[in-house]
Ligand binder design. Structure first.
Ligand code: ADP
Length: 489
């Protein structure tokens, strides 16, 4: 049969954040770009379901169309569940509405209430399916917030239509965040006997664990880079779930994330002081000049600017930066940091910015426009992560002609290749051990290459800008995975 004549496989993405509606990190970028790449394939059609947070911009909330509402049982509770939708660039986004759970000004909180919010979301996704008139072949769930969906599907719904035909894929975007709660919540929220927890199917070490539930019950498991897929099967990166992943290794694959190259394109990005392309980088110098002014740095082109953008948490290697920040600032580089997160790190950056006003700037906020101006206006981008499932920031910086300095781990290892001084190959600077002085040496080396080898520098910039970070290859890998699942049935 001709492939184009076959009906498209219906795929429903379930996740907790998605661009352009709401974003705290890379998961939202993936949610806002992979569905579009998949929909370009003839064999699948993707829609998306996510919580309807009040923090979604009001103009978008105003455009939502009501689909249905119903009472949802969550343990002993009965809760209102509304489903609203919006078609955005040809994709239908469904929003799960309940003000008790999603009207706070934060995306993620703490404690048992967090369990209840996402227990509600997981149950709502399954209950919504027959009511919104879609019949997905594949439910593609992302990270712990959607982790109970595959488990509930198999434990509670697997004999009933339309759920009995649904296969599940679960993608780990970050294994560190697992959704770990007291075991009593299994019966309190899902009416599940505690033995499901204690036997380790939806529990780990006696706690209810949403991520473990997904790893047990999903038909296929993916993570966001081939290197991270290997690393999480070892105790040092397995976050206590490595033995489960080893048990499921035949079903685990690593598929590298892409970025939305339409959005992250320095030749058209409206946030920039000037646009530029690999063939003509003059606009990048204008962006640097503008960034120097925005940071209050001296207008000196010869001093490289090193950017850092991301969540200010230990995962991102900030304890290494803390150890040698003074030495970094003595290395002939200026530094601009944009991020939110742990007070320990935000205070560190703010204190140093106050002490070295012409050389260090710290913006402790979440600001998409400023992020783009830093990607464009910097010469270097620092990402010394302890572990990094994929990492999008280094790919975006490469697209903007800004050379990354990264630790060789996870997706950083799969996307950044070290500059070779003999043959000029590479697209950035890397170091291996989780060691502050190895990182410092890489920064000092990058500064030296910036100052002494402008030709090699330019070639690395253009090589990075021309690198293919689109979803093309990875989207095909997801499609093959979906098709393999429907063939199994
Ligand atoms: P993670 O998913 O671990 O947070 P990634 O590198 O995969 O890290 O993705 C982070 C994404 O969030 C990138 O698009 C980055 O530019 C963006 N980002 C992180 N912090 C901020 C911030 N404070 N302001 C604007 N964008 C940010």
């Amino acid at each position: 049969m001709d492939q184009s004549a076959k009906p498209r496989k219906e795929v429903l993405f379930a996740l907790s954040e998605c661009v352009p509606f709401i974003k705290s990190g890379g998961l939202a970028d993936v949610g806002g770009s992979l569905p579009f790449a998949l929909n370009r394939k003839k064999s699948v059609r993707v829609s998306v379901i996510m919580p309807q947070y009040s923090a979604i911009p009001a103009d978008m909330l105003g455009e939502l169309e009501h689909v249905c509402h119903f009472d949802l049982s969550l343990g002993w509770r009965r809760k209102y569940c509304g489903i609203n939708k919006l078609v955005h660039r040809g994709i239908t986004f469904y929003f799960v509405d309940n003000r008790d759970y999603f009207s706070s000004d934060y995306l993620y909180g703490y404690g048992a209430y967090e369990a209840e919010r996402f227990a509600f979301f997981c149950t709502a996704v399954l209950e919504a399916i027959p009511r919104i008139g879609i019949s997905p072949d594949i439910l593609h769930c992302h990270d712990w917030q959607a982790g109970m969906i595959p488990a509930l599907l198999k434990i509670r719904y697997s004999t009933q239509s339309p759920w009995n035909k649904i296969k599940t894929v679960f993608t780990i975007h970050n294994l560190m965040y697992q959704g770990v709660f007291n075991q009593s919540l299994a019966s309190d929220m899902f009416n599940l006997d505690v033995s499901h927890v204690t036997a380790g199917r939806i529990g780990n070490g006696g706690d209810l664990n949403f991520m473990k539930a997904a790893l047990t019950y999903s038909d296929k498991i993916t993570t966001v880079s081939p290197s991270y897929a290997r690393e999480i099967m070892t105790p040092w990166a397995g976050e206590g779930l490595d033995s489960k992943l080893v048990e499921r290794q035949g079903d685990v694959s690593g598929i590298l994330n892409g970025i939305d190259e339409r959005s992250y394109d320095p030749s058209s990005d409206p946030e920039l002081a000037a646009n530029y392309s690999p063939g003509n980088l003059s606009g990048k110098y204008a962006c640097k000049k503008a960034l120097l002014a925005e940071c209050g740095f001296p207008d000196d082109d010869n001093v490289p600017v090193m950017g850092m953008i991301g969540r200010l948490v230990s995962q991102k290697g900030l304890d290494l930066v803390e150890r040698v920040l003074e030495e970094i600032l003595m290395s002939g580089v200026s530094m601009v940091v944009l991020g939110t997160g742990d007070r320990r790190y935000s205070s560190m950056f703010q204190d140093h910015a106050a002490r070295h006003p012409g050389r260090m700037a710290a913006f402790i906020t979440f600001n998409n426009g400023l992020a783009r101006r830093i990607y464009a206006g910097s010469d270097l981008f620092l990402m010394p992560s302890l572990f990094e499932p994929c990492g999008l920031a280094q790919m975006i910086s490469l697209k903007y002609g800004t050379l990354p300095i990264v630790r060789e781990t996870g997706g950083l290892r799969d996307t950044v290749f070290p500059f070779n001084e003999t043959d000029g190959t590479g697209n950035g600077f890397t170091f291996h051990d989780y060691n502050a002085h190895e990182m410092l040496y890489s920064i000092q080396r990058a500064v030296r290459i910036f100052k002494t080898r402008p030709g090699d520098w330019l070639r690395m910039q253009t090589r990075g800008m021309r690198q293919d970070f689109s979803w093309k290859t990875s989207a095909s890998e997801y499609v093959s995975l979906y098709l393999s699942l429907s063939r199994d049935s």
